[in-house]
Ligand binder design. Structure first.
Ligand code: CA
Length: 227
């Protein structure tokens, strides 16, 4: 059974989450504050954590840091906070995904399944070499992209960016992380580099580059590859 720890101080939302998760055969523990959350995380070893950032006793970002001190459990942040630097702070502290309230239960469950699947994938197949979509194939070993039976020419920078995204399917990768990985800089004023390279990748890989299906922008935050 997949165990989920719900960390949330809004009793109505906790009830809705518990009912929906149990209906899908998840085992659920709920914590109304950060102290209980950290205790339950250690005692119950959940497979995923749904974490509200605004808790009565602790900031959610500190809970993420606390968990990341000893655990790689997927953490999905639930928050009403719109400010993108808070989202980025949560992701940089080690959260895996960020869902803005109010959210649809179906979307939350889909993201949760994806987060749990990613950890399982890591255990089963640490060396994914082929990433296939309906429109193109990426061979990570041969460093080749093929679309409609033809090789797609990618510059080393485009390749590096694509490689980071496709090896983390479904996962939001922050601008800061990409800038550091590719150019070794963290200045957020370099985000226009990313926009330029993402536009090039979309032109080369997407059927409709202005409405990307695979290389998704999360405004103000980063990018996500959807297989
Ligand atoms: Ca709250």
């Amino acid at each position: 059974m997949t165990r989920v720890l719900v960390v949330e101080d809004d009793p109505q939302l906790v009830r809705a989450l518990v009912i929906n998760l149990q209906a899908r055969h998840y085992g659920v523990d709920a914590a109304p504050d950060g102290t209980t959350a950290l205790r339950l995380a250690a005692a119950r070893q959940p497979d995923a954590v749904l974490l509200d950032l605004g808790l009565p006793d602790m900031d959610g970002v500190d809970i993420i840091k606390g968990l990341r001190g000893w655990s790689r459990v997927p953490i999905l942040v639930l928050s009403a906070r719109q400010a993108s630097d808070e989202k980025v702070a949560a992701l940089d502290a080690g959260a895996d995904d960020y869902i803005t309230k109010p959210f649809s239960m179906n979307e939350l469950l889909a993201r949760l399944r994806a987060a749990v699947r990613r950890t399982e994938d890591i255990t089963v197949a640490p060396e994914t070499t082929l990433v296939e979509t309906a429109d193109f194939t990426i061979d990570l070993l041969a460093k080749k992209a093929v679309r409609d039976g033809r090789d797609v020419r990618l510059t080393p920078t485009e390749w590096h960016l694509l490689e980071i995204l496709v090896t983390n399917p479904g996962r939001l990768i922050t601008q800061k992380h990409l800038l550091q990985e590719i150019w070794g800089v963290s200045q957020s004023n370099k985000t226009n580099y990313l926009r330029v390279y993402m536009a090039q990748l979309r032109r080369k890989l997407e059927t409709d580059p202005s409405h990307p299906r695979y290389l998704i922008t999360e405004p103000g935050m980063g990018y996500r590859f959807e297989a």
